[in-house]
Unconditional design. Sequence first.
Length: 254
Amino acid sequence: MSYDAEPFRVAVKDSASEANEAVRRLARSEGEVVQFDSAADAHQRARDLSEAGETPVKVQRAAPQDPADVDAYLVAWPERRRRTPDGTPTEGLTFDTAANQYGALGEAVVCSPAVNPPLLTHFARVDSDLSEREAENLHVAVDADPDPVVVDGDARWEPDCRAVVRPAPNRPVLTEFWCEVKAGDGSFERSQRAAMRAKAREATVLKIRVDLDELPDSYTAWVRKVEPDAGGERADDDRTSGAAYRVNASLDSF
């Protein structure tokens, strides 16, 4: 992950203050919103606070359209120290969730079921210029293994899924969504962003961030369209176009 050397505002969450005495002292001395010289400085302070206090903490980036005037939040992040699971095979084994598994959960809630997954179907409805009846009958089919996107031989993006939107099964295609899904504060890599902007010249590319904190009851997702680059010209890393959409979906939706 790379960090820009520019002011970076971090709000201290109650969970961090309650779990770590060093964070409580920081909040008392500098307030509930702390400004750092850069994102890198903020992450270094989080590491220092983790070493000084009893519970580790981390800097978690704010969602794209978070209304708060901050760049990130300082949250409690209890360290997972177990090397083997608790329990037995017959009584049940308890494992810690690894980062790649957390990411896979985000992809699962966005890309499943294979036909009319809740998030992508809802987004297709609100993003399309269709009548209410047409929107209700949309057919969204997900390809969970689309071809990778390669630009100029080095910028490479392997989309998490491609969604084909039709007004009904076996009808002509209305649009396609090529999607990159991140769970929590996972970052979009520079090479991914370059290839995503290039792909956006010919298709709709979506950056999707999923908050899984309320599983198994619900989850929240933010969707942004990626703006195409200008014929190969470099665009800002997080450049997007149009409105940002926030979708709350319960598991029994659709």
